[in-house]
Design a protein around this ligand. Structure first.
Ligand code: BGC
Length: 467
């Protein structure tokens, strides 16, 4: 296959996709921020609305996930029908409304509603952001541009820690929610100025508009090649397509559905969110005592997550998705196994603390170069255009559903298996995930979305490119 032509685009053409991706990825920032902010805010919500049972606290935390499941389910079909751009705009409005509602809530009942609304935004953004970016990006830089979303998720989580610490002196939990209005406005206004996805436009017969959008980021020859590929596939889709979403059940889609669902579930059941949010507790068990040290380490987790996601963005289009997944899963599995071992010694010595800290760092770094970015990227790449949104909804739904189940069952798991057993279980699931990737997950780097789809359909599209 010829090298991708994006290298010959002019500076301003390259800048357009980068700016568009960065603006859209503000949705990722909100995803990270809104999922992370509750750990800091809850400490003071608990006091303001006392007495608050453990159950109600759990409801406040988990209703965001219930909303996310709902948003993920609705986002894909809505974006297939109405376009990608309106759904990003919808997510921005929902994020702003949810943030204001949470900040002003007079009682716990409305706070739960606000958390659900924020969750809707998170669920929508989780799939529409990678989807939109993948559809405007040139093949050679698609990995990096879509992974900006994951980078912004990690920055959002980190910011939520920092904002949490900043407002602690005034116990300002309402402010912690309120500041999320700013990125919501940036997302909304930014998206208002950005065009619809060229792929969605082609699917809906708006060829001239699609060509105009592509021309903003590609040289003419590239525009023509991509238009040709899209139109060829459109014809094939029309010939082969079943009516409506029945296509989701077509036998040839099944492998891609299994890959998306598998990666979705493995991303969660290998324990990422328990490690991120329980990091201070984990370190307490192995001997850390000072609250300050614990907070600093939690911040450290956030920094490592951001740092290694930057590395992933940088190398993902050269190293490829598969290699990163395979290496990252080995790192995750080894660090989890070792963390389990440290726990099994029940030691609170300095050495145990240091080893546990190193395991945590290795685990987060390994996730950040693999399952973190690659899951959201791959589900934006492997589905055919005419059901891309709906198929992504299925994968995103499984991701949020697994996230919810892990959050719900982790305390029970800890009580039943202990720390060591829980981490060994995650490690064992990491091994299963590795084989899943080895046998089933294809490489998508450097190929256009149309080439990936054509290969799945057992056909080809013209690949003549310039550059
Ligand atoms: C996952 C989240 C996780 C985050 C951590 C995302 O890809 O979907 O569940 O909290 O990465 O960086």
């Amino acid at each position: 296959m010829s090298a991708n032509g994006s290298t010959v685009a002019t500076g301003s053409q390259r800048r357009f996709v980068r700016v568009a991706a960065a603006i859209t990825a503000t949705g990722g920032l909100l995803f990270g921020y809104d999922t992370g902010v509750i750990s800091g805010a809850l400490l003071f919500i608990r006091e303001d609305f006392a007495p608050l049972s453990d159950f109600i606290q759990g409801v406040i935390v988990s209703f965001l996930l219930v909303g996310a499941v709902t948003g993920a389910l609705a986002g894909g079909p809505l974006s297939d029908r109405f376009g990608r751009r309106p759904i990003v705009l919808l997510a921005a409005v929902i994020f702003a409304v949810g943030a204001i509602a949470a900040a002003l809530t007079p009682n716990v009942g409305l706070l739960v509603v606000a958390r659900f609304i924020l969750g809707l935004g998170v669920g929508l953004a989780s799939l529409i952001v990678p989807l939109y970016i993948a559809e405007i990006a040139p093949p050679g830089t698609r990995g990096a541009l879509v992974s900006l979303n994951q980078l912004m998720i990690t920055i959002g989580i980190l910011l939520s820690y920092i904002v949490g610490v900043a407002f602690t002196p005034i116990e300002g939990w309402r402010w912690m929610f309120a500041v999320a209005v700013i990125p919501a406005l940036i997302l909304g206004i930014g998206m208002f100025l950005l065009p619809e996805s060229p792929r969605w436009l082609v699917k809906n017969g708006k060829l001239d508009k699609a060509r105009a959008v592509l021309s903003r980021s590609r040289v003419e020859a590239e525009v023509e090649t991509e238009m040709q590929q899209m139109e060829e596939l459109e014809r094939i889709e029309r010939q082969q397509a079943q009516v409506g979403y029945k296509e989701l059940l077509a036998p040839w889609i099944r492998p891609a559905l299994i890959i998306g669902i598998g990666l979705a579930v493995f991303q969660q059941i290998t324990g990422i969110n328990t490690v991120i949010y329980y990091a201070p507790t984990i370190l307490e068990v192995v001997g850390f005592s000072a609250a300050g040290a614990i907070a600093a380490t939690a911040l450290g987790v956030g920094v490592v997550n951001v740092g290694f996601t930057i590395l992933a963005v940088w190398i993902i289009d050269r190293a490829g998705r598969r290699l990163l997944l395979l290496i990252g899963l080995i790192g995750m599995t080894l660090s989890l196994a070792l963390l389990g071992l440290v726990f099994s010694f029940e030691s609170t010595s300095g050495a145990a603390g240091l080893l546990a800290t190193m395991c945590l760092a290795l685990y987060i770094a390994s996730f950040a170069i693999s399952l973190g970015p690659v899951f959201w990227l791959m589900i934006s790449e492997i589905y055919p255009l005419n059901i891309r949104g709906s198929a992504m909804s299925v994968a995103a739904l499984c991701n949020w559903g697994s996230n919810f189940i892990v959050a719900l069952t982790f305390p029970v798991l800890l009580a039943a298996l202990g720390g060591a057993g829980a981490f060994w279980l995650f490690a064992a699931l990491g091994i299963v995930a590795w084989f899943f990737v080895w046998f089933l997950v294809p490489e998508t780097k450097g190929r256009s979305l149309e080439e990936i789809e054509a290969a799945m359909r057992g056909t080809t599209v013209s690949t003549s490119r310039v550059g």
